[in-house]
Design a binder for this molecule. Structure first.
Ligand SMILES: Nc1ncnc2c1ncn2[C@@H]1O[C@H](COP(=O)(O)OP(=O)(O)OP(=O)(O)O)[C@@H](O)[C@H]1O
Length: 319
């Protein structure tokens, strides 16, 4: 499978007033064309930082990212992002149709924009809502509009950051199935960040498990479940349950290895403090030794001077 996205030895360190903070460290993976890869990791491990570097919003401190072979510098043209917060990503003053057309304004004429938007809205089952405004739709429908807007763009890569975290459980299942259907029908390449282990197993062709911050890849798992999935039977299957347990175990390993790293760092810090204290006490001891030597040297020269004075007085008395 050709790599649509290639991430090589990626690292990012934020520079802040109170010091540097390494959010991700040495991340290497690929996403093949037409694959759906889920990224899971503990809270704060660096998932958003990873997405920000892939989408060109921040320049990574180390490593390289390529999208269908071209190194990413700045925001790539053929990439679309769906965020968790649909209410902030849609324009309330534009109709559903116009919201979907909006990003195409730069690149396409009016007729083609309309056709693309209508097609994408059909893919997500919103043909009947094109003239409505976002505030007239349910949360799940609004997120469908956001997905349609991303798909109308025909991106080489669709990035999704916790896309279904803000909807109720039933809507979440519907949107997961919608994503699987769109991906199967249109061969879309997708990278989804999620906190939900079950969701990662249900959606993914592969799952990348990240460690705690600074994130590195703990495991890259292939999901051996049938391509056509069902919210009830797939989730009940032995393979699903086993993989879910494996991801949970690996997330714990990631946390544990982070704890080991933290303990090692604390030990190294303590060893450095002790070495510094020992060096300081050696310096103090040698300074004390030098002062003692100086004092006895001064004492000896004083004694010598008194002896000389005494013998001078003695000689003059004899005269
Ligand atoms: N602009 C910034 N400056 C300094 N540190 C930052 C900045 N942005 C994020 N961080 C730190 O980098 C680490 C990773 O943050 P990031 O938001 O990428 O994690 P995340 O996995 O997406 O978090 P969550 O799971 O809570 O959404 C965190 O420790 C965070 O505090």
């Amino acid at each position: 499978m050709t790599a649509m996205l290639s991430v090589a030895e990626l690292g990012h360190t934020y520079q802040a007033k109170d010091g540097a903070h390494t959010a991700i460290d040495d991340l290497t993976f690929t996403v093949g064309a037409g694959e759906l890869v889920c990224v899971v990791g503990p809270s704060g491990c660096g998932k958003s930082t990873l997405l920000r570097t892939i989408s060109g919003l921040i320049r990574p401190s180390r490593g390289a990212i390529s999208l269908h072979g071209d190194e990413v510098h700045g925001v790539p043209d053929d990439l679309a992002v769906v965020f968790q917060d649909y209410s902030r990503s849609l324009f309330p003053w534009l109709s559903v149709q116009k919201n979907v057309e909006f990003p195409l304004k730069r690149s396409l004429g009016r007729a083609e924009r309309r056709a693309r938007a209508a097609e994408a809205l059909e893919w997500v089952g919103l043909t009947g809502a094109t003239r409505k405004y976002p505030w007239q739709l349910s949360g799940g429908m609004q997120q469908r509009v956001a997905i349609a807007r991303a798909l109308a763009y025909r991106p080489a890569l669709l990035l999704m950051d916790e896309p279904f975290a803000s909807v109720d459980a039933q809507t979440r299942f519907e949107l997961e199935d919608l994503l699987l259907k769109v991906k199967a029908e249109h061969d879309t390449t997708v990278l989804v960040v999620t906190h939900d282990i079950d969701e990662s197993v249900y959606l993914g062709d592969r799952i990348l498990v990240l460690s705690s911050s600074p994130a590195s890849v703990v495991a890259d798992l292939r999901v051996d479940l049938p391509a056509v999935r069902d919210q009830i039977t797939t989730r009940e299957s032995e393979a699903f349950v086993a993989l879910r347990a494996e991801v949970a175990r690996l997330l714990n390993v990631g946390k544990t290895s982070e704890a080991v790293r933290a303990r090692r760092a604390a030990n190294e810090e303590q060893a450095a403090r002790w070495a510094e204290a020992e060096r300081a006490s050696r310096v103090e001891a040698s300074q004390a030794e030098a002062s003692r030597a100086e004092a006895s040297r001064v004492e000896a020269s004083r004694a010598e001077a008194s002896r000389a004075e005494a013998s001078r007085v003695d000689a003059s008395d004899r005269r």
